[in-house]
Design a protein around this ligand. Structure first.
Ligand code: S3P
Length: 185
């Protein structure tokens, strides 16, 4: 993206954004990385639901899973995402890979946000992932196998997002550019 194009796009987009932009998709699809790139360009705040959960709980996501189980994690996830969605002014929110699949969470994201699915093949997800050990659903497992299963189970939910951006074969900056282009349509 050229700087001039960035500036004029950001200006027109900023005035059009009246609700939170919620980045959804499987682990490793680049939700947080893309969110961190586009938020300052649009002059919007950026929040990551997993980071909010960790600060509220005073422990890592891995520790929440280990000490309290996935059901408790999902309860905290719904609570933090509800709070983020009510934040004014609107902001960019990256949510964990399972959030858009939980019925209550799916419904409030659809009701209050503009959801964008960063779509990618499991092979792409694995190649982009740096900290597999910090992800309880992948730890001590074959990540590609798990992500193939999750993709099969979750893609039908992600497909209900307001915008779908395929990011296979794209570098981070190109994924961010493509999200911009979709927002402009
Ligand atoms: C999860 C994805 C993780 C995190 C938790 C559960 C999932 O977030 O919320 O480990 O169910 O796919 P990322 O998608 O940001 O890795």
């Amino acid at each position: 993206m050229t700087q001039a194009r960035n500036k004029s796009l950001a200006k027109s987009l900023h005035s059009l954004i009246d609700r939170p932009i919620v980045l959804v998709g499987l682990m490793g699809c680049g939700k947080s990385s893309v969110g961190k790139v586009i938020a300052p360009l649009l002059n919007l705040g950026f929040f990551d639901s997993d980071t909010e959960i960790e600060s509220a709980a005073g422990m890592s996501i891995a520790e929440i899973f280990e000490n309290y189980g996935e059901a408790e994690f999902r309860r905290l996830e719904l609570r933090e995402i509800s709070t983020l969605l009510d934040h004014q002014p609107a902001q960019i929110i990256s949510v964990g890979g399972g959030a858009f699949v939980q019925p209550d969470c799916h419904d409030i994201i659809k009701a209050k946000g503009l959801s964008i699915w960063l779509q990618a093949q499991p092979e792409t997800l694995v190649s982009r992932m740096s900290n597999i050990a910090s992800r309880p659903l992948l730890k001590d497992k074959d990540p590609l196998h798990v992500l193939r299963q999750l993709s099969e189970q979750r893609d039908p939910y992600f497909a209900k997002a307001d915008l779908i951006v395929n990011t296979d074969g794209l570098e981070l900056s190109d994924s961010a550019s493509k999200v911009f282009d979709h927002l402009m349509r």
